[in-house]
Design a protein around this ligand. Structure first.
Ligand SMILES: [Zn+2]
Length: 246
């Protein structure tokens, strides 16, 4: 009755379970998020291999009677030790994990989700402090696009007009869209400058490692961060505490 399965996977979260076992949450290219139990004491080989932010091939034994999964092996392809070396990298990587778990892996097209998460973690593994925020905003924007909730960047969502001469559009937190100054009047809306919108458009399909090629000033970064986090909060119906620390 039992069956074995192989996955391309990223370890999102590891929690102790009982005496020496651990529950592990994986993002897989094949089935999205799955949870499996890893058995074995501190000396087992799997102990070191199974840790958050590791990417690799996962072998799982599925017991359909108990509807439970057991990790039989995990072959690490990317260890990313650099993430644990700096606080900002850890905070950003934890925020990525929390976002993926909260949105249940994105709900389809999981190999794209996995590729985006892996590319983000690779970039974070040797990023400096300022760069961590950019990498996370890039991830959150990619995730919003992936979930189909990213707004049109160069037109008002209500009247379709382009931005006025000051170049500003206004982000409505309630509706998750950009509006012109006229249409934004009755909204709780925040200005999003052309620099922030141009950057988001430019880096949309870019691997995280190439973000250094595009400049972004502090104000534009802060606005891009505001918009991406509130977009996802609107879709989820709640704010993730880790976004506050990004
Ligand atoms: Zn308008």
């Amino acid at each position: 009755m039992s069956r074995s399965f192989t996955y391309s996977s990223l370890i999102l979260r590891v929690r102790p379970s009982g005496e020496s076992n651990r529950d592990v949450w994986f993002l897989t290219a094949e089935e999205g998020i799955i949870r499996a139990t890893s058995f074995g004491g501190p000396k087992s080989k799997l102990r070191a291999h199974i840790s958050p932010f590791h990417t690799g091939t996962l072998w799982v034994y599925y017991n359909p009677v108990k509807d439970s999964r057991k990790v039989t092996d995990f072959d690490v392809h990317s260890w990313r030790p650099g993430i644990r070396e700096r606080y900002e990298r850890m905070i950003s990587a934890s925020s990525l994990v929390e976002t993926i778990l909260a949105t249940q892996g994105g709900g389809g097209n999981w190999d794209t989700a996995l590729a985006l998460a892996n590319s983000t973690l690779d970039a974070l593994a040797d990023a400096d402090e300022t760069h961590c925020t950019r990498i996370m905003v890039h991830f959150l924007w990619g995730w919003a696009l992936f979930l189909g909730i990213a707004p049109e960047l160069e037109h008002c969502a209500a009247c379709a007009c382009p931005p006025a001469s000051d170049g500003l559009l206004w982000f409505s937190k309630r509706d998750g869209v950009l509006l012109c100054s006229n249409c934004a009047r009755n909204h709780d809306a925040a200005a999003i400058c052309p620099g922030a919108r141009r950057w988001l458009a430019a880096v949309e399909n870019l691997p995280s490692a190439q973000l250094v090629r595009y400049t972004l000033d502090a104000q534009a970064l802060s606005q891009a961060r505001f918009m991406t986090t509130h977009l996802l909060a609107g879709a989820l119906g709640r704010w993730l505490s880790s976004w506050g620390a990004v």
